[in-house]
Design a protein around this ligand. Structure first.
Ligand SMILES: [Cu+2]
Length: 288
């Protein structure tokens, strides 16, 4: 019996030890989440953490009561049926174990509702990217900038780390700016999933769903399809590259140049700005 108990304790100690070892690395949360990048991901991971600790406390409480009961109330030689407790109800405890779970559920419900409102309220200044899923890839179009992502790249660090060698498309976004993804699909259901940025949204044919984020750290972040959509669903990866704002603007202008379009962000020469101001005065004069 004691050997059995010792082996259980050893397993528990080993799991706790490995959990804390994982917590020490920055790349992965020991509950399974990637390091949150930006306010949306922080809200998602923060809410998960609160719920996780509540669950852990309940688990320890319930298991503790079970283990104590097994040992304290086990059958003993000098005990007979007459020694057993005869009560079947305890009003105080029954009120307590009704009220406490209600409070916990209400707290989690309110927290989840706040999260949904936060995730679904897109900031007005968000830069739009249209995301279109199809079997088995993604299109990323920038409607305000008249560009789309044409290139694929197999040489992306998070892909390499995950053992993925297929070339994938890279959505390029600026650091510290609000970005909204307008998501749809061409054929069947897909889902856009970028764990580090807190994005997970269904891509539904004939419907537009949306999701926003604001990446505070630069770098490459692995995304994938999270809705079983066919035989190559497991290879429907993409990359999100977060660039410093100035570099992103230069990238937009370079992509526009490839299409023969004027730069979007490069500064307009001073004389033109003066001319625009003069015109506006003229227009307002006419209107008056
Ligand atoms: Cu899929």
């Amino acid at each position: 019996m004691w050997r059995w108990l010792a082996s259980i304790l050893t397993v528990a100690a080993t799991s706790i030890e490995s959990a804390f070892a994982a917590a020490a690395t920055e790349t992965a949360h020991w509950g399974g989440f990637q390091t949150a990048n930006g306010p949306v991901a922080e809200f998602v991971v923060g809410t998960y953490n609160i719920v996780f600790w509540i669950c852990l406390a309940i688990y320890i409480l319930v298991q503790g009561i079970i283990i104590i009961s097994i040992f304290a109330f086990r059958k003993r030689k000098n005990r007979t049926e007459k020694d057993a407790a005869k009560f079947s109800h305890n009003t105080g405890i029954e009120i307590l174990w009704t009220v406490i779970p209600v409070i916990i559920c209400m707290f989690i419900g309110i927290k989840a509702y706040q999260g949904i409102m936060f995730i679904k309220t897109v900031p007005e200044d968000a830069i739009a990217v249209d995301v279109i899923g199809y079997q088995f890839n993604w299109d990323f179009d920038y409607p305000d900038h008249d560009i789309s992502i044409p290139f694929t790249d197999a040489n992306i660090a998070p892909l390499k780390e995950a053992g993925i060698n297929n070339p994938v498309k890279t959505m390029v976004v600026p650091q510290g700016k609000n970005v909204v993804l307008n998501i749809t699909a061409k054929d069947v259901l897909h889902a856009v999933y970028v764990p580090a940025l807190g994005i997970k949204s269904d891509a539904i044919p004939g419907r537009i769903t949306y999701s926003w984020f604001n990446a505070t750290e630069t770098g490459d972040y692995l995304g994938q399809c999270a809705e079983l959509c066919g035989p190559n669903h497991g290879e429907m990866y993409f990359n999100v590259r977060v660039l410093p704002e100035a570099e992103w603007e230069a990238w937009v202008d370079a992509e526009r140049k490839k299409k023969g379009l004027e730069p979007y962000y490069a500064k307009i020469p001073a004389p033109t700005e003066v001319a625009v101001e003069d015109n506006s005065v003229g227009v307002s004069d006419v209107q008056e």
